[in-house]
Design a protein around this ligand. Structure first.
Ligand code: HEC
Ligand code: HEC
Ligand code: HEC
Length: 475
């Protein structure tokens, strides 16, 4: 072989190898900082994300939907607080503020949260998006009831005065309406935040146990000790009320009249759940069927507030075909359905025209003929709860909508705040409840390896041609 040819090939191979090394290095140098910062950004957003869920489960009840503060409880969404040193904020959450309603949250201090979870909350307070946090709280069905308090029904209160120890019960009911209803719910029936007190299982507890819980609270939960706010007589009155709640007429302590908060996602979820679980009886558009009354009518919607609808749906209507959905659905899902139903109000007809189930039965003008004799009521297929399924009901909708919704939302209607451990490092909430990822800058969207690879191959081809040309010239 021509020695100059061999030399040329050697030079070419050397050139290509050098170029490959240079481009490999360039590629690495280019990508590494981006990879590292991408990973950091990812961690940051994951932290913020689980911070929002922790906030919803543990803090929103006192600090408000969007961290705006409720009553005497300070806001957390204020720039002054965000500018405080990280360690100071961390310490307040870790240890609480002694002698105030702000509990200690760290496991070391008897609370439910790990240091990592407290750091996530601190990150949220320093750099969180409070609107997105509010959406998360709503989507998890944990929106706090504001105002905190309610007025007892005056007629019923008077009737209660006639019971044995009536004055004690009356006073206890007033205390309950001002201090406990926001967490333990209307008539002591419980909420997503705290368990029912109007419950046989609680009535069975000893006076001593109840007095202890009321006086010292329940460590690591939202249940604070009340010895600072209530006198021993008041506490003993509360214990009397809890023990005799079965004698108190329902409606004595109405729910605060607070519309259920909604988000775009919660209404969409509510619509899907309604279609799957309610439309067979109440009609696809809530117009009613011979099986069940219309919900999409002015009279019903204006007379029944959100809390009342939630109570009906949760408890069912005993002795009728209307099931108690509280046994089968988490509170967040029931609230989503109520939010969906409420949307009908502005356009609700004065009089609803029930459709027939099965949809058959002639042209619309015949079906709409209100003078036709009422259809005989169809026998209703009982809805058998499926034991073992997450919600206790075979819920096609919940599964079709988004399985994570049921899995990620508090696992029971009585979701206990303070048990946020399960969410450590979790993705925090259903996919739709999560904040949108940050929009990348244009150069982040470029495929750098491809670009560099292309440039590399182009320049190799180019140098090959050059070398070939000069080789030809020599020959
Ligand atoms: C039972 C009601 C309650 C709950 C639940 C609660 N807080 Fe508080 N928090 C308070 C009160 C009351 C204060 C004001 C204490 C004081 O007077 O110094 C406070 C103060 C704070 C402060 C200091 C604010 C400031 O401006 O100095 C931070 C930070 C804070 N809370 C974070 C949280 C976090 C995070 C959670 C959830 C893990 C939480 N809180 C849950 C009642 C509560
Ligand atoms: C900030 C929310 C909140 C407020 C306000 C609140 N509680 Fe509670 N309460 C809870 C939670 C959460 C639990 C469950 C604690 C647990 O899991 O151990 C609880 C538990 C209890 C229990 C024990 C129930 C049982 O099954 O043993 C009693 C009794 C009780 N609360 C009474 C009251 C009374 C009376 C008031 C008003 C003076 C009140 N609570 C105010 C959240 C609250
Ligand atoms: C098996 C049939 C059936 C299903 C399924 C059903 N309901 Fe009902 N519902 C009824 C009947 C029957 C009534 C009327 C009860 C009565 O006579 O007071 C009723 C009553 C109601 C009421 C009170 C209406 C009023 O005018 O007072 C509401 C609200 C309601 N249902 C909501 C729902 C929701 C939400 C769902 C789905 C989660 C649902 N229902 C599923 C049969 C059903």
């Amino acid at each position: 072989m021509n020695p100059s040819r061999t030399r040329l090939i050697e030079i070419l191979v050397g050139l290509i190898a050098t170029q490959l090394i240079v481009f490999g290095l360039a590629l690495y140098i280019f990508n590494e900082p981006q990879r590292v910062s991408e990973a950091q950004t990812q961690i940051f957003f994951t932290q913020l994300d689980s911070g929002m869920t922790l906030y919803a489960e543990n803090c929103a009840v006192c600090h408000g939907l969007n961290g705006e503060g409720i009553g005497a409880t300070p806001s957390l969404n204020n720039p002054g607080l965000a500018a405080m040193p990280y360690e100071d904020i961390f310490k307040v959450i870790e240890r609480g503020r002694f002698g105030t309603a702000m509990p200690a949250w760290s496991k070391e201090d008897g609370g439910p949260l790990s240091d990592y979870q407290i750091s996530e909350l601190t990150t949220l307070i320093q750099s969180g998006d409070w609107n997105a946090t509010g959406d998360r709280v709503v989507n998890l069905g944990l929106a706090p009831l504001i105002p905190f308090t309610t007025e007892p029904d005056s007629d019923l209160l008077e009737a209660i005065g006639a019971l044995e120890d009536g004055a004690i019960l009356q006073a206890a009911i007033s205390t309950y309406a001002s201090s406990c209803v926001a967490c333990h719910g209307a008539d002591g029936l419980g909420t997503a935040i705290a368990p029912a007190l109007n419950d046989p299982a609680v009535r069975e507890k000893t006076m001593d146990d109840l007095t202890r819980t009321l006086t010292f609270g329940s460590a690591g939960t939202l249940m604070a000790g009340w010895s600072n706010q209530l006198t021993p007589e008041q506490i003993s009155g509360m214990v009397t009320l809890i023990g005799r709640w079965d004698e108190i007429p329902s409606g004595a302590i109405p729910a605060p009249d607070v519309p259920i908060a909604t988000t775009v996602e919660s209404i969409a979820l509510g619509g899907d759940l309604y279609a799957a679980n309610c439309s067979s009886c109440h009609g696809p558009d809530g117009q009613g069927t011979p099986r069940a009354p219309a919900l999409n009518v002015k009279s019903f919607l204006t007379e029944t507030n959100d809390q009342a609808i939630e109570l009906i749906v949760t408890g069912g209507v005993p002795g009728t075909a209307m099931p108690a959905w509280g046994d089968r659905m988490i509170a967040a899902n029931i609230q989503a359905i109520v939010g969906f139903i409420r949307q009908w109000e502005p356009t609700a007809p004065e009089v609803a025209v029930p459709t027939r189930p099965g949809g058959g039965g002639g042209p619309p003008w015949m079906r709409n003929n209100t003078t036709t004799p009422a259809q005989p009521v169809q026998p209703v297929q009982p809805i058998a709860p499926t034991p073992g399924s997450e919600t206790g009901l075979n819920l096609p909708a919940a599964e079709n909508v988004s399985p994570e919704t049921v899995a990620a939302a508090p696992a029971s209607p009585q979701a206990q705040p303070g048990t946020g451990q399960g969410h450590a490092g979790g993705t925090g909430g259903p996919a739709w409840a999560q904040s949108a990822a940050p929009q990348p800058v244009w150069w982040e969207t470029l495929d750098w390896p491809l670009l560099i690879g292309l440039t590399a191959s182009l320049s190799i081809v180019f140098s090959l041609i050059l070398a070939g040309l000069s080789g030809l010239k020599k020959e």
